[in-house]
Ligand binder design. Structure first.
Ligand code: FES
Length: 121
């Protein structure tokens, strides 16, 4: 089968989120999915991470937190969560599910399949 013109084929389970410039540095963009919201974060040095938009403490919206380095501070009670692992910073415990992201030509792609390791999908 041929794909006409510029039609773009994404691997199953991946979606296009937008460009890097669509997300403010030290901020996030929310992607709504049938399984819940995913927060896509951009760090000061333009790394991009995606976590379930639900704090491991009491479900606060991590997307509304402030990014410091590769951590985000939850806006509700200030728990810190590692963006690269989804784990709460000690002494707090718990995790937010992490989702694979990749950047190609300035466009961000997000996998809707959470990575293994966190029971809070
Ligand atoms: S809900 Fe995030 S710190 Fe309490």
């Amino acid at each position: 089968m041929q794909v006409a013109g510029k039609a773009k084929t994404l691997a199953a389970g991946w979606i296009e989120v937008g460009t890097l410039e669509d997300i403010p540095r030290l901020g996030a963009r929310v992607v709504q999915t049938p399984d819940g919201d995913i927060a896509v974060f951009r760090t000061a040095d333009d790394q991009v991470f995606a976590l379930r938009d639900r704090c491991p403490h009491k479900g606060g919206p991590l997307s509304q937190g402030i990014v410091h380095g590769t951590r985000v501070a939850c806006p509700l009670h200030d728990w810190k969560v590692h963006l690269d692992s989804g784990l709460a910073v000690e002494p707090d415990e718990g995790c937010a599910a992490r989702f694979p992201v990749r950047i190609e030509g300035g466009t961000i792609y997000l996998s809707l399949a959470p990575e293994e390791g966190c029971p809070n999908k």
